[in-house]
Design a protein around this ligand. Structure first.
Ligand code: ADP
Ligand code: ASP
Ligand code: MG
Length: 408
């Protein structure tokens, strides 16, 4: 008998019919004798709807109140699923984050889980009940409701699996595993049998939203066996694993991630002195804006150009901070561009192979796609390009790195 944590995402609980289907599935596992804890998201579209309501009142709603509201989405689905299970003769009980006591810090809208009380849940499992837990939400020391950031139900699932020492955490979604790239963008994308935590972490942080990045961090840290599966189709899914031993036989690149959520800012003609990077990025950091890629050009005339990217939501804020900095530094000009996208190739095989980056640049050059910025790490290469070429770039790279599915 195993203890399994099963997480079902928004589309999988997007209607009463789907919730009934999920209940059938959970019942099947339970009839086999497994102990089951289910984590659910809000019905698809619900979190966006709620955020929309808040923004209609104030474009920058109070974060504490926003969390009080968006957490309701998951409260609806836990109750509906518990009802659907009880209707099928399966004893079930639902819990909000507070009722479990998923303790988080107080960073509203992006809280981190600090501790999970497993007592209630273990008691219910012992009594033969299926436990249904609201994803995405927790409670801080003061009793305030918090949420874990978009996609946070994945993290609830993995964190619960770690706390309960579950045998497996299964993430059920609307695709049948982790693919070489988003299968909704590249029809020839292939499902991966396995991917390492490290690669999955890069994919998630570079824009593949199939798993929230913190869920992968958790799974790696606590060595939680993690699998991504289709909610309503049978299949092995994708195992996220520590195991790198087969990487010698694996392709050099495991996947391609992309992200349309960034914007680029440039400040031109700044004095090329020690400390200039700090003078430019210090105020950006102080304004709570995270910087991703950075490029500083080679100086000429003792002045230099400096370019960096931020999340698109922070663009206006960053631009006004940068304009102020430009005045104090007597810089020549400030400009910005929101029509950019970042494309990244990811693979542990890169460690042992040279020439991967140049293969990427060649593939993009063949399509006449201009590269605006480049950044590399041990297992990834990222480029910034014009957004309108994003899909072309991803498809070209998918083919160039021989990731395309073989069609019969
Ligand atoms: P859920 O609501 O179940 O959490 P998400 O929409 O958050 O589902 O995540 C699943 C989606 O992630 C898929 O529908 C797919 O479009 C997208 N996706 C992006 N990159 C990948 C990838 N490499 N493999 C699989 N899916 C991906
Ligand atoms: N409902 C939340 C969201 O849409 C959490 C999740 O689905 O994982 O982001
Ligand atoms: Mg998700």
């Amino acid at each position: 008998m195993a203890l399994i944590v099963q997480k079902f995402g928004g589309t999988s609980v997007g209607s009463v019919e789907r919730i009934e289907q999920v209940a059938e599935k959970v019942k099947k596992f339970r009839d086999r004798g497994d102990d089951i804890v289910v984590v659910v998201s809000a019905m698809s579209g619900e979190t966006n709807r709620l955020i929309g309501l808040a923004k209609a009142i104030n474009p920058q709603p109070d974060p504490r109140e926003l969390d009080v509201m968006v957490s309701t989405g998951e409260q609806v689905t836990i109750a509906l699923l518990a009802m659907a299970l009880i209707k099928r003769g399966v004893p079930a009980v639902s819990y909000t984050g507070n009722q479990v006591r998923i303790l988080t810090d107080s960073a509203f809208t992006k809280a981190r889980i600090l501790q999970i009380d497993s007592q209630n849940i273990m008691g219910d499992l012992k009594a033969g009940r299926v436990v249904v837990v609201a994803g995405f939400q927790g409670v801080d020391e003061q009793g305030n409701i918090t949420t874990l950031g978009r996609g946070g139900s994945d993290t609830t699932g993995v964190a619960l699996a770690a706390a309960l020492k579950a045998d497996e955490c299964q993430i059920y979604t609307d695709v049948d595993g982790v693919y070489t790239t988003d299968p909704r963008v590249v029809a020839k994308a292939r499902r991966l049998e396995k991917i390492t935590f490290e690669e999955m972490l890069e994919m998630a942080s570079l824009g593949s939203k199939v798993l929230q990045i913190r869920s992968v961090e958790f799974a790696g840290k606590y060595n939680v066996p993690l699998r991504v599966l289709h909610s309503f189709q049978e299949g092995p899914g994708t195992l996220i694993t520590l195991d790198e031993e087969e990487s010698m036989e694996q392709p050099i690149i495991s996947g391609i991630a992309f992200n349309r959520d960034e914007a680029k800012l440039t400040i031109r003609g700044v004095p090329d002195n020690p400390g200039v990077a700090f003078k430019i990025l210090g105020p950006i950091g102080a304004a709570n804006v995270e910087v991703d890629m950075i490029v500083q050009n080679v100086a000429h005339d003792n002045t230099t150009d400096f370019t960096f990217t931020v999340n698109r939501n922070d663009y206006e804020k960053a631009l006004s901070v940068l304009k102020e900095t430009a005045q104090t530094l007597s810089a020549r000009e400030v400009s910005g561009d929101t029509n950019i996208a970042k494309v990244s190739i990811v693979g542990v095989g890169m460690r042992s192979h040279a020439g991967v980056a140049s293969c990427m640049f060649e593939a993009l050059a063949k399509e006449s796609i201009n590269i605006q910025m480049i950044s590399t790490s041990e297992i990834k290469v990222s480029v910034v390009i014009e957004e309108k070429y994003l899909e072309l770039a991803v498809r070209a790279l998918h083919t160039a790195f021989e990731l395309d599915a073989v069609t019969a």
